[in-house]
Design a protein around this ligand. Sequence first.
Ligand code: IPE
Ligand code: IPE
Ligand code: MG
Length: 239
Amino acid sequence: MTKDLPNLPDLRIPAHVAVIMDGNGRWAKQRLRPRAFGHQAGVKSARRIVRASHKAGVKALTLFAFSQENWQRPPTEVSLLMGLFVRTLSREIASLHKNGVRIRFIGDHGDFPAGLQTLMRDAEALTLANTGLHLVIAVGYGGQWDIAQAASSLCRDGLPITPAAIESRLVVADLPHPDLLIRTGGEKRLSNFLIWQLAYTELHLVDTLWPDFDDSAFAAALSWYASRDRRYGRVPEAS
Ligand code: IPE
Ligand code: IPE
Ligand code: MG
């Protein structure tokens, strides 16, 4: 990994990276294999980016693993993905914990298999006090759902709905907004990911399919990010 990261100390490393891991199905299709094959390869890629983020000094990594809209996929694909989440989480949790990763799941998990819900809660509890990489997995997540649940909770408490108040009730209220969004798979859309939190995020949209997104692709994303001028509506520094 490190060999692909040029001049690491000189790079402006994003504190929070968010990733739309897209393109597993097409990757499998290119190989004349079923979509399941692509999702399995996608897990390997996810494991790789967790390690690479940790090494690069990224503090928080949010991975979009399953959107609310993904419930509309064929039931066989949905249950395959649920099974893959269960197997991956069971297999990886000990080593994530050992490496100081704090894991957290965001989304509406009500319709998830009970066993998976338990695994997710246990993993969160186990790693709660860890101070290494903060790993957020968005499953059953929708950005509109997130904003709506924040607004509902303010209404319940009889509080005015201001941007700051909504902000404080989002499911990831304690993390800074993502500095860098990576979307693989070639689409130029947010697909209802962290739509509130991405207001001023730098968007790195690449054609690479998720299973092919390797350490050098991640290094390229970090270099690209380091070259951005984040103005937030202001004029450039030197003006
Ligand atoms: C992303 O890959 C993984 C999930 C949405 C779960 P896709 O399954 O969307 O792959 P493509 O976009 O069909 O290639
Ligand atoms: C976005 O990918 C969701 C995840 C990566 C989990 P999709 O493949 O579902 O997005 P669309 O349907 O192309 O917008
Ligand atoms: Mg897709």
